[in-house]
Design a protein. Structure first.
Length: 477
């Protein structure tokens, strides 16, 4: 074998390329083991398991989606209240204090049309809105309602008082008494809140001929309420001037002495269109003409919301804020409140709202011109141009709402108890340990004595404020 291998080694390979086998070794460095760098702006995609979260169940009573304060006004709880047929209606012949009254049915409908019953007054506790006749009712009747036979610039009143004292309720009582005093022969122009003029919620455009901005949507809604409430009296008032207007490309001509003010307001739709019109001015002029025989009442709630915030939320084409006096409705209210526009018979009744900035003194300075104030105050604390305008023609007389007396508080709580909305129960006393005297078996509960305790505590804690009395006591719906 050894010999054969030697011979094979000597063999010479001719014509062929010898086969050479080689091997290479591969090495791995730390640079190769490093994670590739991500491009900027992109995040690493990680495959994760998708978890489907269950929708959170919103806690609700299934009756309404409103919170409690709004829910009690939308659930029609007044339908479940006991009947109040035994309650006498409000009349000018029986204005005895400490008496619970309801509004006559026709007058209640008119007040509802004007949205005179405000939110959070808790009228839903009873079948119909009720009111308590107090010394304030007698005062507003003697100082305002009886003077409606005089010129309106001499019969301007401003109802002032703290929050919850009953200012809006006093306005409603004055309107109800005025309708009874003149046997519905009176025109009522009631605006439930003057804040709608300058809060930026209405469309507007400039009437160059009039020189004022007009708000067709706000004006239309107010005139619609005025027409519904004063329908009967408007049908009796004949036009004193001929008027022409267009509706649906058709010309309407209403003749003086033939057509009525109701015909004009019910047929004229020019105020609905976004175009300059003199419709509201014609309506006001007609009221001035008829005020010689028919009293005209202008009542404005939340008046300080307009006067104290005289710079409105609206902007001119140059983006400057617009003053409230540059609007047709604002100018009308200021003219009537200042006496520049006066009805031969009638009055202007204004009411304050404590829901707006109390530090603003524009209305306060105008109503109380003899009180001292800081002469260096500027807007927004004071708009002297509005104050000087309101103080003209004898000024506006304030009527401060007096708090309820103890007898009036007792009458109010007694009515609540009769209507089953006031809970009268025994006081809770924690029993002390090993005290036999604290556990008196068979002790009788005196509901009348407990009711007198509620009257005393309500009167002391609230100081005669109706809103404070409502918060003090436990009310059941």
């Amino acid at each position: 074998m050894l010999r054969l291998s030697v011979d094979l080694a000597k063999v010479r390979l001719t014509g062929r390329i010898p086969l050479i086998l080689t091997t290479r070794s591969f090495t791995t460095t730390t640079a190769l083991l490093a994670t590739p760098r991500q491009k900027e702006g992109k995040s690493k995609q990680i495959l994760r398991r998708k978890v489907v979260e269950k929708e959170k169940v919103k806690k609700s009573t299934s009756l309404t989606h409103y919170p409690f304060k709004d829910a009690v006004q939308n659930l029609s709880l007044e339908k479940l209240a006991p009947s109040i047929d035994y309650v006498e209606p409000l009349t000018k012949d029986s204005l005895a204090t400490s008496t619970i009254t309801v509004y006559p049915a026709d007058i209640e409908d008119k007040l509802r049309t004007f949205q005179a019953f405000k939110k959070f007054q808790h009228h839903e506790m009873f079948r119909n809105p009720v009111s308590l006749t107090t010394s304030n009712t007698v005062k507003i009747y003697d100082e305002f309602v009886k003077n409606l036979v005089n010129e309106s610039k001499t019969n301007r009143k401003y109802i002032d008082g703290i929050k919850g004292s009953g200012k809006s309720t006093l306005v409603n009582q004055a309107l109800a008494l005025a309708l009874q005093e003149f046997k519905n022969e009176v025109v009522i122009l009631h605006l439930h809140s003057a804040d709608i003029i300058g809060n930026g919620s209405s469309d507007y455009f400039k009437n160059n001929k009039l020189g004022l901005y007009q708000q067709p949507m706000a004006t239309k809604r107010w005139l619609r309420k005025i027409l519904a409430v004063n329908k009967d009296i408007f049908q009796k008032l004949k036009l004193t001037e001929d008027v022409k207007f267009y509706q649906d490309k058709q010309e309407y001509n209403l003749k003086a002495g033939e057509h009525t003010l109701y015909d004009y307001l019910s047929q004229n739709r020019e105020i609905n269109k976004v175009q300059p019109t003199m419709a509201f001015q014609f309506f006001v002029n007609q009221l001035k003409q008829h005020s010689k025989t028919i009293p005209v009442i202008l009542s404005v709630d939340d008046f300080n919301a307009m006067a104290d915030f005289s710079i409105t939320q609206y902007r001119a084409p140059d983006f400057k804020p617009i003053h409230v006096s540059e609007f047709e409705l604002g100018d009308f209210l200021l003219k009537a409140a200042s006496g520049e526009l006066s009805f031969n018979k009638g009055g202007v009744l204004l009411a304050k709202s404590c829901d707006f900035a109390p530090a603003r003194k524009t209305t306060h300075v105008a109503v109380y011109p003899n009180e001292e104030y800081d002469p260096y105050m500027k807007y927004p604390d004071l708009d002297m141009s509005v104050s000087q305008r309101l103080v003209a023609n004898g000024g506006i007389k304030p009527i401060k709402v007096a708090p309820l007396s103890k007898d009036e508080v007792r009458a109010l709580l007694s009515f609540w108890r009769d209507q089953q909305v006031l809970i009268t129960r025994q006081d809770f006393h924690k029993k002390e340990f090993n005290d036999d005297q604290a556990d008196v078996v068979g002790q009788e509960f005196d509901p009348e004595l407990q009711f007198e305790k509620l009257v005393q505590s309500s009167y002391v804690v609230s100081q005669g404020n109706p809103y404070g009395i409502l918060k003090q006591n436990l009310i059941s719906y």
